[in-house]
Design a protein around this ligand. Structure first.
Ligand code: ATP
Length: 268
């Protein structure tokens, strides 16, 4: 993967838009002390996502915005674009050329772009993970980082070797998985508390449910008994009506017979 171009605008001493093209082979930048050589490597680290203003020799991120000289006014924002050739497809995207842009305003707000499309810092970090190019990558070694590689502290050297070996990606994923696991464990504890609380209320609720079940059963029984009683009363009333109707019919027949007999006697 080749670094092909670096464009700076308003970054530290680079007030005017400046383009530095890198050819194949080694490019050296030379100049007197304080002429801005380190600013160039800092621009590369910054565009790759550097978050520490101190490691860019400032106190706040806006310190990297051109602060003006006697002849030139300060600028409102700084922008750096780093272009890389991806013909060997070392980066997992289908472009031959990748341009990473970062812009920062005096408010401290940063914007990131991949090939001029807005993106998150996370996308840039993921894109370069384990390529050795990220802001912590071993390809960009700023002032002081040589000490890290030569350091006696194994943890310092380990970070550099892990990036080179390509295991930082898995370490980052492992850490994220562990964070999620811890959050899930917390959720489980909270769910356990809720279950405990509900179990305390379960006993009285079960008693109430049993009473309700009994009530419904008795209500059904009452309904059946009331229905049977009604039918019984109905049958009895019906039988009484039939007996009375029979009595009326026989009395009417006897009355008619008497009337007939009385008529015969009157005629004799
Ligand atoms: P050395 O070799 O001594 O480390 P160098 O060539 O690497 O020097 P740098 O330290 O990169 O130079 O550049 C520092 C220069 O950048 C200084 O002249 C400083 O005034 C200028 N500078 C830094 N920040 C800003 C800014 N925000 N606005 C304008 N100029 C800035």
């Amino acid at each position: 993967m080749l670094l092909t171009k670096l464009e700076l605008a308003g970054f530290k001493s680079f007030a005017n838009r400046t383009e530095i093209c890198f050819d194949r082979g080694v490019t050296g930048i030379i100049g007197p002390n304080g002429s801005g050589k380190s600013n160039i490597s800092e621009a590369i680290r910054w565009v790759l996502g550097e978050q520490s203003a101190r490691s860019l020799r400032g106190t706040r991120m806006e310190d990297i915005i051109f602060s003006g000289t006697q002849a030139k006014k300060p600028l409102a924002y700084a922008e750096v674009t780093l272009t890389l050739s991806n013909e060997d497809r070392l980066l997992d995207v289908a472009y031959n050329e990748i341009a990473i842009t970062r812009r920062v305003y005096r408010s401290g707000e940063s914007e990131y772009f991949i090939n001029r499309t807005p993106c998150r810092l996370k996308d840039i970090v993921e894109l370069f993970r384990d390529t050795g190019i990220g802001k912590e990558g071993y390809s960009v070694i700023g002032q002081g980082r040589i000490d890290e590689i030569l350091s006696n502290r194994s943890e310092d050297r380990r970070a550099v070797f892990e990036e080179a070996a390509g295991i930082s990606k898995y370490r980052a994923r492992k850490e994220e998985a562990e964070r999620k696991l811890a959050a899930t464990r917390d959720n489980l504890v909270r769910i356990g508390d809720i279950v405990g609380e509900l179990q305390d209320r379960l006993g009285p609720l079960e008693e109430q449910a049993e009473v309700a079940r009994q009530y419904l059963k008795l209500k059904e029984e009452l309904k059946a008994i009331e229905l049977t009683a009604f039918l019984h009363q109905y049958d009895r009333a019906h039988s009484k009506i039939a007996a009375q109707a029979e009595l009326i019919a026989s009395l009417s027949a006897r009355s008619a017979e008497r009337d007939l007999r009385a008529g015969v006697l009157r005629r004799q």
